[in-house]
Design a protein around this ligand. Structure first.
Ligand SMILES: Cc1cc2nc3c(=O)[nH]c(=O)nc-3n(C[C@H](O)[C@H](O)[C@H](O)COP(=O)(O)OP(=O)(O)OC[C@H]3O[C@@H](n4cnc5c(N)ncnc54)[C@H](O)[C@@H]3O)c2cc1C
Length: 226
């Protein structure tokens, strides 16, 4: 087996951890915590499973890299295998978890963070790890109660935190999808990185839009939740 493949296999081997908290922060959306055992780079992911019957699923780490606990943010897929079971777990229960890995990582340079739904997770990790200066965060959701961590983000990012809601309206919230918001902008900074995270459709639509607006392909970095 090639060396790189061997080391990736080792990184994604699962070990048992005890759940310390599993909180429903919005209807059907949970923040699950275990004790942090490994260092990670904000933006990285872990694999999570509960048994050997099904392959583990991948989740972005959703906490700062100096915190004692490691958290993930997930929403229940009613017809899914893992998430309905994860939602029933309580402190003291066990899950299987890999070491952190992945290359969707940022730094302190100015950048745009564009997310939909639980795709906010890696950006919240970067934010909580102190990488929020010179960042603009655009978060798209369907319902107003899906702006997870809204108070903290609003407090720290101010006008650089743009909320887009497609199915409900409120003051300070752009009415429509992330792509609708981006289409209202005239001048795009072309020499900064644009990080995109969420479902494939959003990532593809936003990437196409940014390319049309003149952003070089290499400045668009995507993490697709499939
Ligand atoms: C890099 C990465 C990071 C991710 N990070 C997060 C995160 O931070 N938070 C988060 O909530 N999710 C994240 N995801 C998604 C996550 O990995 C799971 O896919 C998700 O939680 C659903 O898991 P599940 O076992 O409940 O559903 P699954 O059993 O995987 O099913 C998901 C959907 O696919 C359908 N499906 C299943 N099998 C088939 C089939 N054979 N044919 C057609 N349809 C099928 C199901 O009906 C369901 O609607 C991430 C994914 C990736 C790739």
């Amino acid at each position: 087996m090639p060396k790189a493949e061997k080391s990736r296999k080792k990184e994604t081997e699962l070990s048992e951890e005890i759940i310390t908290k599993n909180e429903e922060i919005s209807p059907g959306v949970f923040l699950l915590s275990v004790k942090r055992k490994h260092d990670f780079i904000p933006g990285q992911v872990v694999k999570i499973g509960i048994d050997c019957l099904e392959p583990p699923r991948i989740y972005s780490i959703c906490c700062g890299n100096h915190e004692d606990e490691l958290r993930i943010l997930f929403n229940i897929k009613e017809d899914g295998y893992l998430t309905p079971k994860l939602a029933t777990l309580i402190p003291g229960d066990r899950i299987l978890i890999s070491k952190p890995y992945g290359s969707f990582t940022g730094n302190s340079d100015p950048a745009f963070w564009i997310a939909t739904g639980t795709g906010i997770a890696p950006f919240y990790s970067m934010f909580q790890s102190g990488q929020f200066e010179n960042k603009t965060l655009i978060h798209g959701v369907r319902h107003l109660n899906q702006f997870y961590f809204e108070d903290e983000l609003d407090w720290s990012l101010g006008k650089n935190y743009i909320r887009c809601c497609s199915q409900e309206q409120s003051c300070d919230v752009f009415p429509g999808r992330v792509t609708d918001y981006l289409n209202t902008l005239e001048n795009f900074t072309t020499d900064q990185k644009y990080f995109l995270c969420g479902k494939a459709l959003m990532v593809v639509e936003v990437r196409d839009l940014l390319i049309k607006k003149g952003i070089p392909y290499e400045n668009i970095i995507a993490e697709i939740y499939f």
